[in-house]
Structure formats: structure tokens, C-alpha cells
Write a protein that binds this ligand. Structure first.
Ligand code: SF4
Length: 561
């Protein structure tokens, strides 16, 4: 049942006939590369002509020709090949939406995604709505690599939906890039998803029974198709969305564009964040973003969070709010606060920098150590290191310099470069470290491989003692809600004691922050957070099949692009 808390508009417009916008020349120009850029709601044969394909793909979508690299030219961000996997939990995705007639919504979305780039570096996409037509561009790569002025100028409209992706379900390839666009009887929808469903098998079976077909391998496409199926059964957008979410279990923060309006949605536990802002000087022009840093960059003002189990519906008449879940229960991912979200993003009325500072202060109370300098592992360990320094009185110093100017490279280092350690990312400052007893503070340890290299680099730099302090508890369980934390057997703390880990990474001493200390530092009710990767207490039941592989949908893929 819809619980209407506040509504500032009534009367939903139904879309009119869809206008098509493509020509033979245009079609020819996209034959080689664009198949992978279209989310198609029915299976395709690779020998099928594009004039056959476009009606299936939502003919209202205007596609921008370009020449994307094939998916195998882009190594995955971390999915496969443990030797190349980052030794950190990897964020799922960043989502962004803006409703602002008469503004350059594509450019606003571009900068919003630019600020959310840390949430996913594999692919990026923007869909804009111009009445009943959707214009879509997405590709593999960083936001700055996927878009340029010319492309953005071909994305007109009153509303935009944007996405930057790291693959947590489905492998790293162009077809899985978002937003996912699905055609419905009310016109196209474009969906951007942050999180992970845990009931994809049931949902897929449910949708197959309704004769739905899939092209990508993502749970996000399933949500879009579920919503499309509800619309096609005769429901209007809001009822259709609420029916569709009833079939979705897990973590999902969504931004959904439709010809009638823009939706922002959080799952009943609010595991992934989603905030609402208004454009400066125009309180009726709304922005949705995974984090407040996505608002700041375009000068939007933070209004509030989308609540767990809430749907906000933004149209020309304002923003309406619907609390659609019968049992919302706040379970924000604590790792968002410790590490994933940017330190300048605001959660619970303060910057995450301030929270991370408190983690460091708590850490020194729990695990003091005698040393000459405190350094943080750039960048995420720095606030806690400063907090550690403030309370311990040990001077804070920069002992590791991060190469901030390269962005993500798709060129793989040589084997010898890889073996040489972490120097591509972090370089030790010998004149700072030489002869010093060093406390190195990091936000987490996952596999321990990077920690070992950092410790070696510090010793090579002349440190006489290296003491590691970690501003979160040991990571002992994998995440199934949109964060890639490796399988349990890869998590060093799942199989080794603190002493054994200390020995393996080569430190003189090692200590983690306690679970209680981490939650106490939030200043909030500890029950308001998911901390399952530290405890194994998952707030949403995870089926065994999901635990086995995040790539299980790969086995059932419909088409290879
Ligand atoms: S399991 Fe860990 S990473 Fe996943 S949502 Fe919960 S706290 Fe966040």
C-alpha cells in the first residue's frame, strides 16, 4: 500500500506516441560499435539487421555514434584474476539524476558523475529525456573518457539519469554499462542502480514466466525489466514501480527516468546511500546523487536523504514522497562511512572526514603505541591517522606520496613492475621515514597483499619500526550488497589471527579498531548500520547460490557483445 507522506503535485501524464530519430546513414555508422551500447529487452542475433534491432531496443533512443573499444580490450576493474585485484573492497556504483527543464541537464549529470567517479571506474553513461524520447550515451572508461563537449551537446532534455559503474553483478563489458534503457507502453525508462540484489535467480524466473528477455548480465537490467513488465501489464509508473520493488530483495539505490518524471528509490534497509538536493536559486529543480559531493560540484544544496523504503517522484509540479515498504529498517553500509564515500560527503549531518578523524582518536585509545611519526595510507587512511596523531601526540607526517595525476590506466604493467610493489601508486619519502619508528594507519585490510608491500616500502625508506593500526575491525565476511570484498577464503582475517596477519605483512605490531568503537564513533544507534563483513550478521538473508558466485548470471547470458 502506498503511504503518501507529502505530495506537491497530482496528475501523472501518460506518454504520447514515441518519435523515432534515426536514419540509414546514422544506422550504418553505428553498426560496428553501437550494439553494445543499447540495452535491449529482447534477445538479439548478431546477424540481425539494425533496422530490426532498433525497435526492440526502444526506438525512441537516440544513440550517438562513436567507436568503443570491445569489452575484451578493457581489463576488468578487479573481477577476475586475483593477482591483479585491488586489495581493497571495491565500491559498487555511483548514481545521479537531475530534473531541471531549461538547464543543460547532460552537463549537470556529467559533473555529478565526475564527482562520483570514485564509486566506479569501469564505465559511465547518461540518458536524457526530451519529452517521450530518451537520448543515451554510455561506454567503458572514466567519465572524462566517455564524454566530451560534442557528445554532451547531443544529449538534450529536461531530465538526466547518470551512472558510473564498477561491476558487482555481471562482468565488466560495455553491454552491462548503465543506465539500462527499457521500452514500455508508457514510453522508455532509464535506470541507474547502486547495490546488489540477492534474489536474482527468483526474479529472473519470475520475469521469464512473464516472457521477458535479457541482454545484459546485470541485476540492474532485471529491475528495469521488472518495472517495464509491470507498466506493460497496465499500471501507471508509481504503482508499477512499487509492484516491481516487491520482487526485489537486497540493496538498491535507484535513479529512474521516465517521460512522466524522475524517481529516486532506496531499498527497505537503505543499504546504499542516496541524497536529494535542489539547484541553487531554484528549489523546484531537484538533483539525486549517491553522495553529497555529487551535489556540491554543481552548486546544488543538500535537502535530505531519500529514506529507506522511500520513493520520491519528481515532476514539473514538485516532489512527492511515497513510503512503499511496510517494514523499512535502517541499515546503512558502515563501510560507506569508513572508506567508500568521499571524506567531503556528508552523512548524519557531518562530513565523513570528521567521522574518520574520530575513528583515529578511538583507535589510539584502544591500541596506543610508542613511535616517532604517524602516517596515513593515502588517501583513505589519512583522516584516521590525523585523529590518531591528535590524541597520541605523535607528530603526523606524510611518508607516502600518491601519484594522483594518472587516473585509471588500462595499460597493464609488466610483470617485473608488478613485482616491484606498490610504487606505481605510492612512493615512500626516505628523508621523512629514515631512522623513524612509524605508525601507519589504514582504513581496512582485505587480503593483506597491499599492506605487505606498503610495509616493505616503509622499511626500504628507512623506517626502523613499522606499527600498523587499522581504523576498522578485521574483515571476515564477504559483502553481497554491492561491494566487492573478495570471497571469504581470500579475506586474510577470515583464516588468520591478528598475530599471524602481523607476521604475514611484516609489521612490528598490528591492531584493529573494535567493532564497538567503530559504531560508537558514528554517534548513531549501532542498529542503524550493516556491519556484516565484520560479523557475518547479514541484515538481508543471502541465499547459498548467491554466496557462490557473483558472476552466476554469466552462465546464462543471452548474447555476447
Ligand atoms: S557487508 Fe560490509 S560492505 Fe557490505 S553492505 Fe554490509 S557493511 Fe557494507
Amino acid at each position: 500500500m502506498i503511504n503518501r507522506v507529502c505530495i506537491q503535485r497530482t496528475g501523472l501524464s501518460r506518454s504520447s506516441a514515441i518519435s523515432e530519430h534515426h536514419s540509414g546513414t546514422f544506422i550504418d555508422s553505428i553498426v560496428k560499435g553501437m550494439l553494445s551500447l543499447v540495452n535491449i529487452s529482447k534477445p538479439i542475433r548478431l546477424d540481425q539487421s539494425l533496422t530490426d534491432l532498433l525497435p526492440l531496443s526502444g526506438a525512441s533512443a537516440t544513440m550517438i555514434p562513436h567507436e568503443p573499444l570491445s569489452s575484451d580490450q578493457y581489463p576488468p576493474q578487479s573481477n577476475d584474476g586475483s593477482a591483479q585485484r585491488p586489495d581493497k573492497p571495491e565500491e559498487a556504483c555511483g548514481v545521479f539524476g537531475v530534473y531541471a527543464p531549461s538547464e543543460d541537464v547532460a552537463k549537470l549529470a556529467y559533473f555529478g558523475l565526475y564527482a562520483l567517479q570514485h564509486r566506479g571506474q569501469e564505465s559511465a553513461g547518461i540518458a536524457t529525456f526530451e519529452g517521450d524520447r530518451v537520448h543515451l550515451h554510455k561506454n567503458m572508461g572514466l567519465v572524462s573518457q566517455v564524454f566530451n563537449e560534442a557528445i554532451l551537446s547531443q544529449l538534450p532534455g529536461d531530465m538526466a539519469v547518470g551512472h558510473t559503474r564498477y561491476s558487482t553483478t555481471g562482468s565488466s563489458r560495455v553491454a552491462n554499462a548503465q543506465p539500462a534503457v527499457v521500452e514500455t507502453r508508457l514510453g522508455p525508462l532509464a535506470l541507474a542502480h547502486n547495490g546488489n540484489l540477492v534474489n536474482t535467480t527468483e526474479l529472473r524466473e519470475h520475469l521469464l514466466k512473464r516472457d521477458c528477455n535479457f541482454v545484459t548480465t546485470t541485476d540492474s537490467e532485471m529491475i528495469a525489466i521488472a518495472l517495464g513488465a509491470e507498466v506493460d501489464s497496465g499500471k501507471e509508473w508509481l504503482d508499477a514501480a512499487i509492484s516491481a520493488f516487491g520482487h526485489c530483495t537486497g540493496a538498491y539505490s535507484l535513479v529512474i527516468g521516465t517521460p512522466a518524471g524522475l524517481m529516486g528509490v532506496r531499498d527497505p534497509n537503505g543499504i546504499r546511500p542516496l541524497v536529494i538536493g535542489t539547484l541553487s536559486g531554484n528549489p523546484h529543480r531537484y538533483v539525486l546523487a549517491s553522495e553529497t559531493c555529487g551535489l556540491d560540484i554543481i552548486g546544488a544544496e543538500y535537502l535530505r536523504d531519500v529514506e529507506p523504503g522511500e520513493l520520491v517522484w519528481i515532476t514539473e509540479e514538485g516532489m512527492a514522497s511515497f513510503h512503499w515498504s511496510p517494514k523499512p529498517e535502517r541499515k546503512l553500509c558502515i563501510f560507506e562511512m569508513i572508506y567508500f564515500a568521499r571524506p567531503d560527503s556528508v552523512m548524519h549531518d557531518e562530513s565523513l572526514y570528521s567521522y574518520r578523524l574520530r575513528l583515529g582518536r578511538q583507535l589510539v585509545q584502544e591500541a596506543p603505541v610508542d613511535a616517532d611519526i604517524v602516517i596515513g595510507v593515502p588517501d583513505s587512511g589519512v583522516p584516521a591517522a590525523i585523529g590518531f596523531s591528535q590524541v597520541s601526540g605523535i607528530p603526523y607526517a606524510e611518508g607516502l606520496i600518491k601519484n594522483r595525476y594518472v587516473g585509471r590506466t588500462f595499460i597493464q604493467p609488466t610483470q617485473s613492475m608488478r613485482e616491484s610493489g606498490i610504487r606505481m601508486k605510492l612512493n615512500p619519502l626516505k628523508d621523512v621515514l629514515s631512522g623513524k619508528r612509524v605508525v601507519i594507519v589504514d582504513d581496512s585490510i582485505v587480503r593483506g597483499t597491499t599492506s605487505r608491500k606498503i610495509v616493505k616500502a616503509l622499511r626500504d625508506g628507512g623506517a626502523t619500526e613499522v606499527h600498523m593500526r587499522v581504523s576498522s575491525p578485521p574483515v571476515t565476511h564477504p559483502c553481497f550488497y554491492g561491494i566487492d570484498t573478495d570471497s571469504q577464503d581470500q579475506l586474510i582475517a577470515a583464516t588468520k589471527s591478528v598475530e599471524e596477519i602481523a607476521q604475514q605483512i611484516g609489521v612490528d605490531s598490528l591492531a584493529y579498531l573494535s567493532w564497538q568503537g567503530m559504531l560508537q564513533a558514528t554517534g548513531e544507534d549501532p542498529n542503524n548500520f550493516c556491519s556484516a563483513c565484520f560479523t557475518g550478521n547479514y541484515p538481508v538473508l543471502v541465499p547459498e547460490l548467491v554466496k557462490r558466485s557473483k558472476l552466476m548470471l554469466e552462465k546464462e547470458k543471452v548474447v555476447t557483445v
